[in-house]
Design a binder for this molecule. Structure first.
Ligand code: DLZ
Length: 165
């Protein structure tokens, strides 16, 4: 993920056609909610600004980042979304739990991308402390929820271009 603020008005996602028909899932982990809710709100805003209908955004919470994997799998199997955006925030603690959760989520989301046709976007912050997370959830390094939404839109567009030939 980038370390600078990005300006999405410069980005080609503004010009995508047919976004009003696109359906997108957002999954938000409840751990560190002040960060993950800010990621979710930015992702929603970006999707809506690019023409995705509010009613076509399926937004759910999961207990922690580890549960993003199962919920994304369910979304891929049980709904007709064009992409799933997974949002979480894993902050380094005193124990090694951070490493296991972060590695598990990363591997799990990678596996879902290999298994399913729709993109499953990795919008999970893994930081050393709370401040680094806040800086990336609407702070001095932008909002990674916004970037995750942009990644979802780009991948949907690519999938549709490749599908239509
Ligand atoms: C247990 C745990 C810990 C220690 N830290 C975080 C964290 O920083 N961010 C996060 O999203 N979730 C954390 N969790 C919870 C796990 O993701 C998961 O919800 C539990 O282990 C239950 O499966």
């Amino acid at each position: 993920m980038s370390t600078q603020k990005r300006n999405l008005s410069d980005n080609q996602i503004r010009g995508y056609k047919g976004t009003s028909k696109w359906k997108i899932g957002i999954l938000t982990a409840e751990w560190n909610p002040e960060v993950t809710n800010a990621l979710r709100d930015a992702a929603r805003k970006t999707l809506i600004q690019t023409g995705v209908k509010e009613t076509n955004i399926l937004s759910y919470s999961v207990p922690g980042s580890f549960e993003l994997i199962k919920a994304a799998k369910w979304m891929a199997e049980k709904t007709d979304v064009d992409a799933v955006i997974c949002l979480g925030c894993i902050i380094q603690g005193e124990t090694r739990h951070f490493d296991f959760v972060a590695a598990g989520v990363t591997d799990g989301i990678r596996d879902l991308n290999i298994r399913y046709d729709i993109p499953v976007i990795f919008g999970v912050l893994t930081t050393n402390n709370q401040q680094q997370a806040v800086d990336r959830a609407g702070g001095k390094y932008g909002n990674k929820g916004d970037e995750a939404a942009a990644a979802a839109l780009k991948m949907i567009q690519l999938n549709k271009e490749l599908t239509s030939g």
